[in-house]
Design a protein around this ligand. Structure first.
Ligand code: FAD
Length: 430
């Protein structure tokens, strides 16, 4: 009999909870990864940098496992079908995996668990991608917090009481001995290599130490760019949070935002396509296709917005401050539905994460958990003066800025601001 460890968004060998316990509790552990067609078939870009990244990380994990006498089984298909085949091929007694809280992942796992149960196979799940999972940080009445500040306070209290433990070295001797198993190429799955570089897996201590001072200036490298690694678990959030708690409170706070939005999504899955505050679903979006296109292409004539969109299109990254400005611009100035912007970011961001993206878009549109009223509308010019005073960031992305090739503003600032205020007010006063 063998056991299986199923990798998903935890692509590392060290400090991986489910993998650690599988190797500690079982003999003959076969690690597997399934390229899930339910997810991949929805991607528009064939040279998707995230698929390329996952693929190359897996090949690296595979070769590390082969040095330890095991291997990694790579599959392509729908997880239920793959497990149904695997249980015929191998005599499996248990499947270990780390929990994932997104609505699709939960539904998928329930399906797999049901199927395995019928065949007498145990399905064991572990907390790994967060310090506190949905349901662990609650108010005195046992309810989920709907605003960030009290959530973060309780999060920090709990974190200080119960510092996450290091897992130690996994019992590699319990890997299932195996010859190298076959590889799957990107091409076999209909994808190809991407030219977009992936940021490194480590951040300098000094960068995290200065985070509160540098993080708001998009021209600087003042944030860690670890988003993609947190998304796919190529780094351990426990290690990062430990470091953060010693180095910089503001940085630790960002990791708490990540868990706050995961909690909101898990408790209120309707936010996927509805406003968190239901009355905001009444806003009659203008949804002008041409406006939206100009925004996507970075041709609105508002330099800070266009610089951000061009950065996103070229690198798969956009600085947080500029994400806030571009999202506010789309939803408030152009009155385009936040779901359109959210979907565009989802296609492009290397660090795309449903919970964080949805929560942040709803924050920008004023429809989300934030207590701030909708009439906070970012002014692109004053944001630029504060955060890119020498236009260093803008000029990096818009070389034609001072020429007549650069487009004229597609909306008038005063008109757009008033239109947003009137539209929101009318919809909410109903
Ligand atoms: P750092 O500033 O170095 O922060 C470290 C890590 O903390 C990040 O990698 C991320 O995992 C987490 N984090 C930081 N800020 C936030 C936040 N506000 N909410 C949740 N987690 C946070 N973040 C995503 O991870 N995925 C998304 O799809 C995403 N979409 C966004 C869309 C909009 C409109 C806005 C305004 C923000 C979005 N964010 C998203 C949050 C934030 O902008 C990014 O996490 C951050 O810019 C990533 O860069 P970094 O890795 O250098 O982050």
């Amino acid at each position: 009999k063998i056991s299986v460890f199923w990798f998903r968004r935890d692509l590392r060998l060290e400090d991986n909870t489910g993998l650690f316990y599988a190797l500690q509790q079982e003999k003959d552990v076969l690690p597997i990864f399934i390229f899930d067609r339910n997810i991949l078939d929805k991607l528009e870009e064939r040279a998707d940098a995230r698929v390329d990244f996952i693929h190359s990380e897996l090949l690296s994990i595979k070769s590390q496992l082969e040095k330890k006498g095991g291997s990694l089984l790579l599959k392509y298909g729908s997880p239920e079908k793959v497990f149904s085949e695997l249980t015929n091929e191998y005599d499996i007694q248990s499947v270990y995996t780390n929990r994932d809280y997104e609505p699709y992942a939960r539904e998928r796992d329930q399906g797999v668990e049901k199927l395995l149960k019928k065949k007498g196979v145990l399905f064991l799940t572990f907390k790994d991608q967060v310090i506190f999972e949905p349901g662990e940080v609650l108010n005195n009445a046992g309810e989920c917090y709907k605003v960030f500040t009290p959530f973060s306070r309780v999060w920090i209290e709990k974190f200080e009481q119960r510092k996450a433990q290091e897992l130690g070295t996994p019992a590699w001797k319990n890997l299932m001995p195996s010859k190298p198993l076959p590889e799957i190429t990107l091409e076999e799955m209909g994808f190809k290599k991407s030219h977009i570089p992936i940021p490194p897996k480590t951040a300098k201590k000094s960068l995290i130490g200065d985070y509160d001072k540098t993080r708001n200036f998009p021209a600087k490298k003042g944030t860690t760019r670890l988003g993609i690694h947190l998304r796919f678990g190529t780094i351990s959030v426990r290690k990062l949070a430990q470091a953060a708690s010693k180095l910089n409170e503001t940085f630790l706070n960002q990791l708490i935002w990540r868990e706050f939005y995961m909690t909101i999504l898990a408790y209120y899955p309707r936010v996927v396509d509805h406003a968190f505050k239901p009355e905001y679903d009444r806003i009659p979006w203008n949804n002008d296709e041409k406006d939206f296109q100009a925004w996507c292409e970075g041709k609105t004539g508002f330099p800070i917005v266009d610089a951000g969109m061009r950065e996103l299109n070229e690198t798969g990254y956009m600085h947080n401050r500029v994400r806030m400005i571009t999202a506010s611009f789309l939803t408030k100035f152009l009155l385009v539905d936040w779901r359109w912007g959210e979907a565009y970011f989802a296609q492009k961001l290397l660090d795309y994460d449903l919970a964080a993206n949805n929560g942040s878009w709803q924050w920008a549109a004023g429809t989300g958990t934030d207590a701030q009223p909708y009439f906070r509308i970012f002014n692109p010019d004053s944001q630029t003066e504060k955060f890119d005073p020498d236009q260093e960031y803008i000029k990096r992305w818009i070389p034609e800025l001072e020429t007549n090739k650069y487009p004229k503003p597609i909306v008038d600032y005063k008109f757009a601001r008033q239109r947003a205020l009137d539209t929101y007010k009318k919809a909410l006063d109903k």
